[in-house]
Every structure is written in structure tokens, then in C-alpha cells.
Design a protein around this ligand. Structure first.
Ligand SMILES: Cc1ncc(C[n+]2csc(CCOP(=O)(O)OP(=O)(O)O)c2C)c(N)n1
Ligand code: SF4
Length: 272
């Protein structure tokens, strides 16, 4: 097995992330999952949109695409359809994935195309200074909600499930070791895989909401996010305060790129 550290472009360091940002932990988990599965570096592509989270693609030594805000999934879809043998991994933020990119997300999930999407969820638009995203919890403050937002947030795992994703998991930057396994399982699923990864943004989110240091935010995560089995034992009222982690949903549907290849064959297109 290759050392995961060899999967970084060290000449691009130092990274741009603030001290205590959780994005680096999530990026490391992806590199470790790739190492664990012993994926071919030349057959693995990392695609991202725009945001602090999406900067991760630039630090990872694979074929990488840093695309436009919200548009990682259309690029990733094109890559997968043109080269179905590639492992295509998408890194995205909560604004990138669920706001501007929300429509791409539901349709990529609906198609069950073989992509692994890792959402670095810091509950805020970090890069642009702290606007509320569709995943900002009610009452949390943002530059666009100085008195606290009253927009109801999405549960991205539920959106993914409703849209048709065939592997859905939730992990956190605090639970870094199990996160590696959740990502590895997602990569192995032949279909649309979604791993929501909760990460701390001490700068644009934590500071405004008086959540303390990065360490305090991680501690909070460790108490709020609990294994699915433990979550299922809670009362409805108790569940309001917690989030389940681990593999939340799996399903089996035909994979889009494989179905597409069949149609090409049927139409005689593979003779060219
Ligand atoms: C089309 C377009 N709209 C808006 C922007 C400005 N913009 C850049 S990053 C960003 C938000 C990033 O937030 P998120 O996706 O949650 O990632 P984070 O920075 O929190 O990791 C926005 C609105 C842009 N670059 N392009
Ligand atoms: S603003 Fe937030 S998300 Fe962006 S690098 Fe800083 S801590 Fe990370």
C-alpha cells in the first residue's frame, strides 16, 4: 500500500486554509481512502467546484479539475461518461453542492452515475466571508443573517436519498479514522455515492456564532454526531439534538455510465 502522503503536491504548500480549519482533515481522509484501496493514481480524478473546500483538489497529486462554483458535478459526469474506467471523486462545499450546484446534485444522484461526492460541510460560505448556505442551521448567524437565519436547512443525506443515491454516509472531522472507511466504501460502490463530512470553520462560522476554538467546535461535533445504532435508540425529541453517523443508506440500481455504454452499443456507435 502506498503512503497517503505521496498523494499530495507538496510544492503547492503552504495551503490557504486558516489555522484550525477542518478541510485539511477531510482531504487527508480522502488520500488515506485512496491509499487503502490502492487505487491507480493515473486512473483517479479529483474534481472540485469553488470554495475553501474546493481548493483541496489543487493539493492532491492526481489528475484534478478545479472548476466553477457549483459545477463540479457536470464536469465529473462528463469525465465519467468519456472514460468510465476512471475513479472520479468530487470535493464540494455546502454552498457549492447544495445551493448553486443543488440541481446538478439531485440529477447526478437520480442517474446513479458512478461518482463519489464528498461534501465538506462547514454550514457556511467560508471563502466569501460567512454568508448563510442551505445547510446553515436555524438561528445561526451569518453575514447575510446578522440576527440568525430563519431559513430551514436541508438535510443533504435525505436529499441524496430522495434523489436516488445508492450509497450515503455521514462522518466528521473529529471521527477521522472511521471517515476513511466511509469514503473507501463510497468509492467501491458502483453508483452515486455521497459522504457528508462535517468540518469546522472557526473563522467564518465559529467566530460569528461564538462557538469557541477549532478544538471546541470539534468537541461539539464529537458530542452531537453519534453512530446510527445509538441514534436509532433515542426518542424523537432526543434526536432533534443529534445527527447519526456511519453508513445511512445503500441501494442497488443500474449505473448510468454502464447503461449509457449499452445504448451506444445498441446504436452501433462502438464500431467507430
Ligand atoms: C458563479 C459564482 N458565484 C459566486 C461565486 C463566489 N463564491 C466563491 S466561493 C463561494 C462560496 C463557497 O462556499 P462553500 O461552497 O460552502 O465552500 P467553503 O468555502 O465553505 O468551503 C461563493 C459564493 C463564484 N466564485 N462563482
Ligand atoms: S474561512 Fe473557514 S472554511 Fe475557509 S479556510 Fe478559513 S476556516 Fe476554512
Amino acid at each position: 500500500m502506498r503512503d497517503y502522503e505521496t498523494f499530495f503536491r507538496t510544492n503547492r504548500l503552504p495551503h490557504i486554509w486558516c489555522p484550525g480549519c477542518g478541510h485539511g482533515i477531510a482531504m487527508k481522509a480522502i488520500a488515506k481512502a485512496i491509499a487503502k484501496l490502492d487505487l491507480d493514481q493515473d486512473k483517479t480524478v479529483i474534481v472540485s467546484g469553488i470554495g475553501c473546500s474546493s481548493r483541496a483538489s489543487g493539493y492532491m497529486d492526481f489528475d484534478t479539475l478545479h472548476t466553477a462554483h457549483g459545477r463540479a458535478l457536470p464536469f465529473a459526469t462528463g469525465i465519467k461518461l468519456a472514460n468510465p474506467e476512471l475513479n472520479v471523486i468530487v470535493i464540494t462545499g455546502d454552498g457549492d453542492c447544495m445551493a448553486i450546484g443543488g440541481n446538478h446534485f439531485i440529477h447526478a444522484a437520480r442517474r446513479n452515475i458512478d461518482l463519489t461526492v464528498i461534501l465538506f460541510n462547514n454550514n457556511i460560505y467560508g471563502m466569501t466571508g460567512g454568508q448563510a448556505s442551505p445547510l446553515t442551521p436555524v438561528e445561526k448567524k451569518a453575514t447575510t443573517a446578522p440576527y440568525g437565519t430563519f431559513d430551514r436547512p436541508f438535510n443533504p443525506c435525505e436529499v441524496a436519498k430522495t434523489a436516488g443515491a445508492t450509497y450515503i454516509a455521514r462522518g466528521t472531522a473529529f471521527h477521522a479514522a472511521p471517515l476513511v472507511d466511509l469514503i473507501a466504501q463510497g468509492i467501491q460502490n458502483k453508483g452515486f455515492s455521497f459522504i457528508e463530512t462535517l468540518v469546522q470553520c472557526p473563522t467564518s462560522y465559529g467566530r460569528r456564532n461564538k462557538m469557541g476554538s477549532a478544538a471546541a467546535m470539534l468537541k461539539d461535533m464529537s458530542e452531537t454526531v453519534i453512530p446510527l445504532a445509538a441514534y436509532n435508540r433515542l426518542s424523537t425529541e432526543e434526536r432533534n439534538e443529534k445527527l447519526p453517523s456511519g453508513v445511512l443508506h445503500t441501494d442497488v440500481f443500474p449505473e448510468y455510465a454502464a447503461e449509457y455504454a449499452k445504448i451506444i452499443k445498441q446504436a452501433g456507435g462502438d464500431k467507430a
